[in-house]
Design a protein around this ligand. Structure first.
Ligand code: MN3
Ligand code: MN3
Length: 320
């Protein structure tokens, strides 16, 4: 889209779309790294879980690793090709890097909780799980061959809907006072994904509003069909993961609630009757973005602090 016969320098003093600037500021303010979170504090909780529960935790994080890999490898690259402004490209650069942080975070969790053999088994499971591969490939295919607006729809569905079959598990444990540091990472990821879904949904709506009524209708139908298709796949994935613990129906309610939110990010009407009041309150509570203070030393969560900046003074050069 950016198409001129000279190389244009990005000018942050000439902002075409204020949403680009405010999103950049929000995302950079909430920057974080997995290495700052004391995951090993969760080892006692981890040991208290049953074998089925540990399998669940390992597999949901395996699934999330794959989706964040899609976002960082092909997702943002593909969206950047259609950027409306240079500032949007910069925002997408930030998102792409954070997707790599997200994907890496799960490996930090694995290396804390799991043995090398277990980790190898998780990655083999990722490669072989049909429903997980189905959604990753479906979205990747749209990133490769879809129209600019179709790519944004797929991205918002991934950000605001597909992740949540995985997020349910750490939010559930957080609500039950278990795996608090693991959950803290997940809450930081959720905080990012929520900005990503809103921002890309907003960019979608700009393009959508330029279409004719007939084109809008066609694209809207395409989006609902894609959501149905992905939801049907999520039901099977959810039954397989959560069935053994008896949580599957609760998780599906949560998925439908988030599917509605994805549609709303695109400016479309909700599809399912499920609302926040239908979701397990323990999980809903974990989803709230209030400041976490479970661990004074970790300085993480929504209270995660960047270094405080102050002006240099001559005293800074007195090293004795
Ligand atoms: Mn992510
Ligand atoms: Mn994201």
């Amino acid at each position: 889209m950016i198409n001129q016969n000279y190389t244009k320098a990005i000018n942050w003093n000439n902002i075409e779309d204020l949403i680009d600037k405010s999103t950049w500021e929000k995302l950079t303010e909430q920057f974080w790294l997995d290495t700052r979170i004391p995951l090993s504090n969760d080892l006692d909780d981890w040991r208290s879980l049953t074998a089925d529960e540990r399998d669940l935790v390992s597999h949901v994080f395996g699934g999330l690793t794959l989706l964040d890999t899609v976002q960082s490898d092909s997702g943002m690259d593909s969206l950047r090709a259609d950027a409306r402004t240079q500032h949007e490209e910069a925002v997408l650069n930030n998102i792409q890097f954070m997707e790599s942080v997200h994907a890496k975070s799960y490996s930090s969790i694995f290396s804390t909780l799991n043995t090398k053999t277990e980790i190898d088994a998780i990655f083999a499971w990722i490669d072989a799980n049909e429903n997980l591969q189905y959604k990753a490939q479906k979205v990747t295919e749209i990133y490769k061959n879809g129209s600019p607006l179709e790519k944004k729809i797929a991205s918002v569905f991934l950000e605001t809907f597909l992740f949540y079959s995985g997020f349910y598990t750490p939010l559930y444990y957080l609500g039950n006072n278990k795996l608090a540091n693991v959950a803290e990472i997940i809450k930081l990821i959720i905080r990012d994904e929520s900005v990503h879904g809103t921002y890309i949904g907003y960019k979608f709506q700009l393009g959508f509003n330029d279409l004719s009524d007939a084109e809008q209708e066609t694209l809207k139908n395409w989006a609902y069909e894609l959501l149905y298709d992905l939801y049907a796949n999520e039901e099977i994935y959810t039954d397989a993961l959560y069935g053994p613990l008896g949580w599957a129906e609760d998780v599906k309610t949560f998925l439908r609630y988030n599917a509605n939110k994805a549609l709303m990010n695109l400016g479309f009407d909700a599809l399912f009757p499920d609302t926040a009041g239908d979701v397990n309150p323990i999980v809903m509570n974990g989803l709230s973005t209030g400041t976490a203070n479970h661990d004074f030393f970790s300085q993480v969560g929504n209270g995660y602090l960047l270094g405080q900046v102050e002006a240099m003074s001559d005293d800074d050069y007195n090293f004795d």
